[in-house]
Design a protein around this ligand. Structure first.
Ligand SMILES: Cc1cc2nc3c(=O)[nH]c(=O)nc-3n(C[C@H](O)[C@H](O)[C@H](O)COP(=O)(O)OP(=O)(O)OC[C@H]3O[C@@H](n4cnc5c(N)ncnc54)[C@H](O)[C@@H]3O)c2cc1C
Ligand SMILES: *[C@@H]1O[C@H](CO)[C@@H](O)[C@H](O)[C@H]1NC(C)=O
Ligand SMILES: *[C@@H]1O[C@H](CO)[C@@H](O)[C@H](O)[C@H]1NC(C)=O
Ligand SMILES: *[C@@H]1O[C@H](CO)[C@@H](O)[C@H](O)[C@H]1NC(C)=O
Ligand SMILES: *[C@@H]1O[C@H](CO)[C@@H](O)[C@H](O)[C@H]1NC(C)=O
Ligand SMILES: *[C@@H]1O[C@H](CO)[C@@H](O)[C@H](O)[C@H]1NC(C)=O
Ligand SMILES: *[C@@H]1O[C@H](CO)[C@@H](O)[C@H](O)[C@H]1NC(C)=O
Length: 573
């Protein structure tokens, strides 16, 4: 795996795992849990860490079992297994208590490495909720909010566990799992609740547990297009949609929040609501970018269904060196605004690959339009190809699925990012070049998502969403990422978090009134409220207070959060 090789250059020596307990929050009796279990029809479960069966030592229920352990090992990095298990997370620091080292990990670089699980290693619950509800009904969610309000046990909402900032796990919490809400339906004439009968959209209603690859396959059977993210197992309606949601084609189609028509939600006070442009409009605004895990539990969302079209895609592949990397990045900086304005959208790994796509064009016209790129590709020793795919699914299968960097599952990892304004490309090309070269060379993985919704025209009838307006004058979303070994000590993890923060600093400096994408942001983003929401933050904070007056939902850097010093965040570095 490419990422594994890149990571090995960052590897630190092996250290023992610490097993200190984390502070307890909330208290309730066995009888309270049993009563809750009855209310949710027996769908309250204990969450057992994935690798429990490999460990002989553990204070947790369960036992060592060699055969089960072998199955766990063979599936340890499988994103379908991980997202299909409540206790499984993609960025696996979500499973640990990072400050104490309490965890239950295999060595992801060598899953049979006995040093990870033989004594004295001990399997610990870490930040995984000890109990969770497999949510099926509105009343399941209402019961959980009442329980939390009464007992003080914190709640956490988990969908696929892809969150990069640990927002879908919390120690000693009750988990609400949306994974099994898998419904999909299409209507050629959908009218949002409370809108007049002549308000009609072609639209798909999607349950909160539906995952990207499943959605694309289903949309294809309906001959519609529902653009979504790159990773096959990210959820469509959970954190992705509520935080913004970009796709490789979001300069053409807008962010996911630009196409959502309605949310079905249970709020922390137990109200079951439909929020759209005609009713509960404040909540509709908040859910289109205010972030997951903040305003309530979303059961489903309805998205505009777009027609099936074909895509014309230009691809460049090369292997950079110290001469060619700055040549290529300079060329990207010179052309970034032009490409965005002319409707091109895609993803670039500056040291290796470019994929840019347009609709309503031909291969000949694309080749001619991109003739300068073809010349530069030859100069840097790369290949230049153009091809047509007949549908979004075909495009996804051809360009996105084969790229292993879209599926980094089962690895402790973090990212930092910045939205890069069109102005920054013309005003500060030198600083931008230096920063991008540095990020490309020195971080384990980096991307230029050339897909900000710069050219996309928002549907005024829906009202603006609540993501930072900085998305609209940006052309790029730049990300740098890193990861670490299963036994990297806390101090070294902190060092890596700081490294990511500083590598993004030059990009912040040249985009002073800009922002960042909350779902792929630095854990220690400076001024997070301003970066993620800009001028929308004050209104979001009011809406949070209105719908969650007892503050039953809280997450890291989320709207109205309690702050890093709250005991909820005692496991954060
Ligand atoms: C490998 C990888 C690739 C990615 N690719 C993309 C991409 O192409 N485009 C993009 O925009 N982002 C991408 N992301 C980021 C992604 O948007 C976030 O990780 C997002 O938080 C995932 O949402 P989730 O619901 O699947 O995950 P979870 O971790 O389960 O949840 C994330 C947050 O949403 C909340 N939440 C989940 N479900 C609900 C619900 N039903 N109601 C209320 N709150 C809920 C959780 O409490 C948590 O705060 C990627 C991430 C990874 C790790
Ligand atoms: C909840 O009840 C179901 C069905 O009786 C049972 O299988 C499950 O173990 C119970 N959960 C807990 C946490 O006790
Ligand atoms: C993985 O760990 C096992 C058991 O400790 C060891 O025998 C094997 O050599 C390791 N494999 C690699 C590739 O390091
Ligand atoms: C939560 O508890 C408080 C009292 O502690 C009560 O006033 C409030 O109505 C409760 N809210 C819900 C949703 O149960
Ligand atoms: C492509 O052309 C169709 C038909 O003319 C039009 O409806 C659509 O808006 C165009 N798409 C873009 C992104 O320009
Ligand atoms: C870098 O790559 C280019 C294109 O392949 C090649 O011409 C050049 O010699 C290489 N330079 C170095 C320093 O390796
Ligand atoms: C270059 O990147 C490294 C690591 O990614 C970072 O620590 C450093 O601060 C960056 N330097 C500059 C000048 O941005």
């Amino acid at each position: 795996m490419v990422f594994a090789v890149l990571f090995s250059s960052l590897l630190l020596a092996s250290y023992p795992v610490f097993t200190n307990a984390y502070p307890q929050r909330g208290a309730c009796t066995r009888a309270d849990w049993d009563a809750l279990n009855q209310t949710v029809n027996g769908r309250l479960f204990a969450a057992v860490p994935l690798a429990r069966s490999c460990f002989q030592a553990s204070p947790l229920d369960g036992a060592y079992d060699a055969a089960t352990c072998q199955e766990v090992q063979s599936d340890y990095l499988n994103p379908i297994t991980r997202s299909g298990t409540f206790a499984g997370y993609m960025a696996t620091q979500s499973e640990t208590c990072s400050t104490t080292g309490a965890q239950c990990f295999l060595d992801w670089q060598n899953v049979t490495d006995t040093a990870a699980f033989d004594p004295p290693q001990s399997c610990q619950q870490g930040s995984i909720s000890p109990h969770y509800i497999d949510v099926k009904t509105v009343s399941d969610v209402q019961a959980a909010f009442l329980f939390s309000n009464r007992t003080g046990v914190p709640l956490v909402i988990k969908n696929t566990g892809h969150d990069c900032k640990g927002r879908s796990s919390s120690p000693n919490s009750l988990g609400l799992w949306s994974h099994n809400l898998k419904s999909t339906s299409f209507s050629a004439s959908f009218t949002p609740h409370g809108c007049s009968a002549d308000t009609i959209f072609a639209a798909a209603t999607i349950g909160a547990g539906v995952q990207t690859a499943d959605l694309y396959a289903w949309a294809n059977t309906q001959s519609i297009t529902l653009p979504g993210g790159a990773c096959s197992t990210v959820g469509i309606v959970g954190g992705y949609l509520q935080g913004g949601g970009h796709s490789w084609l979001s300069n053409i189609y807008g962010l996911a929040v630009d196409r959502v028509l309605e949310y079905e939600i249970v709020t922390p006070t137990g109200q079951h609501l439909f929020a759209n442009a005609c009713q509960n409009t404040d909540l509709f605004f908040a859910l289109r970018g205010g972030g997951g895990g903040t305003f309530g539990f979303v059961l489903a969302a309805t998205m505009k269904a777009l027609p099936q079209v074909s895509y014309t895609t230009v691809e460049v592949d090369y292997t950079s060196n110290s001469t060619t990397l700055p040549i290529f990045i300079s060329f990207l900086i010179s052309n970034g605004v032009k490409w965005a304005t002319d409707g091109w959208s895609g993803q670039i790994r500056p040291g290796a690959k470019l994929v840019m796509t347009a609709v309503n064009t031909t291969e000949d016209a694309a080749t001619s339009y991109m003739s300068d790129l073809r010349t530069v590709a030859a100069q840097i020793g790369g290949t230049f190809t153009v091809s047509t795919t007949p549908s979004y699914l075909a495009y996804y299968d051809k360009y996105i699925v084969p790229d292993a960097l879209n599926e980094l599952d089962g690895i402790p990892q973090t990212v930092g990012s910045r939205l890069i304004s069109a102005d920054a490309l013309s005003a500060n090309p030198g600083e931008l070049l230096n920063a991008l070269v540095n990020i490309t060379v020195n971080s384990a993985a980096s991307f230029i998502f050339a897909n900000a919704p710069f050219n996309f025209k928002q549907d005024a009838s829906l009202g603006p969403p609540s993501v930072t307006p900085a998305w609209r004058n940006s052309v790029w979303h730049v990300i740098a990422g890193t990861g670490w070994t299963y036994n990297t000590p806390a101090a070294s993890q902190s060092y890596l978090y700081n490294t990511i923060t500083s590598s993004i600093e030059p990009l912040r400096a040249i985009t002073p009134s800009g922002g960042a994408y909350q779902n792929e942001a630095d854990l220690h983003e400076p001024n997070p409220s301003d970066a993620f929401w800009g001028e929308n933050y004050a209104r979001l904070a009011q809406i949070k207070h209105k719908y969650d007056p007892q503050h039953l939902l809280d997450c890291w850097n989320c709207v109205g959060w309690k702050g890093a010093s709250d005991p909820l965040y005692s496991c954060y570095l």
